[in-house]
Design a protein around this ligand. Structure first.
Ligand code: ZN
Length: 217
């Protein structure tokens, strides 16, 4: 068959060359390739080495399907933006757009959206698998950490407000900690400390230093 570059066993995208099966009218080598999807296809050598052909055609189909799916998730039958898609878009805005309303409390404090979730499909799939429902909001377990699967969950608005108050910072003797952290340090129940501060309206010093009355048995 004359001289040709041996591409046997070489991989180009999803294609692996099996053997040369002939030449086209311009005397270019034709290679029988096995695609990762299982199909076989014959490709001209220059299309392989020039990285023009990377699959049997399934790659293009997959990419188109992905784009179509993302598009169909970003707009509902009435032409409106679905709630979950808005949540994703707003999350990215807060973290990545310095002009966004709440940027200071998010991106401005170094809060990021993880790489994986920059792709809507990944966020969408995580949301569905982790109990997303209308009425629930996206909550970060650690208020100082990023938007990522390990730090996020879906909670009711009431639950989220409770979490926010748990994260409230109290400064005492020059040290700043959350109420939960203070309660652990003081060896006091969280509920007791919170009650003293919020329900009784005690000053911080009194709330921290008044001994807890133990129930005698
Ligand atoms: Zn294929």
């Amino acid at each position: 068959m004359g001289k040709y570059v041996d591409l046997t066993g070489k991989t180009f995208g999803r294609l692996t060359c099996i053997n040369m099966v002939g030449r086209d009218s311009q005397r270019r080598a034709l290679w029988l390739c096995k695609c990762a999807c299982g199909n076989e296809t014959t490709v001209v050598s220059t299309s392989l080495t020039g990285r023009k052909t990377k699959s049997c055609g399934c790659l293009h189909k997959d990419l188109t399907r992905e784009r179509t799916t993302t598009h169909s998730l970003s707009i509902d039958a009435n032409g409106k933006t679905p709630r979950l898609y808005s949540i994703w878009r707003n999350m990215k805005q807060r973290c990545n757009n310095p002009n966004a309303a709440k940027f200071e409390k998010y991106g401005g404090r170094g809060i990021k959206v993880c790489e994986e979730w920059m792709d809507y499909m990944n966020f969408h799939n995580w949301a569905i698998a982790n109990g997303y429902a209308d009425g629930l909001t996206l909550d970060r377990k650690d208020n100082n950490s990023n938007y990522q699967p390990s730090n996020c969950r879906w909670v009711s608005v009431a639950q989220q407000n409770l979490n926010k108050s748990n994260q409230r910072l109290i400064t005492f003797n020059g040290e700043t900690r959350t109420i939960l952290e203070w309660s652990n340090l003081l060896g006091m129940k969280y509920s007791t400390l919170k009650c003293r501060l919020d329900d009784y309206g005690w000053a911080i010093e009194k709330a921290f230093k008044t001994p807890v009355r133990r129930r005698s048995s």
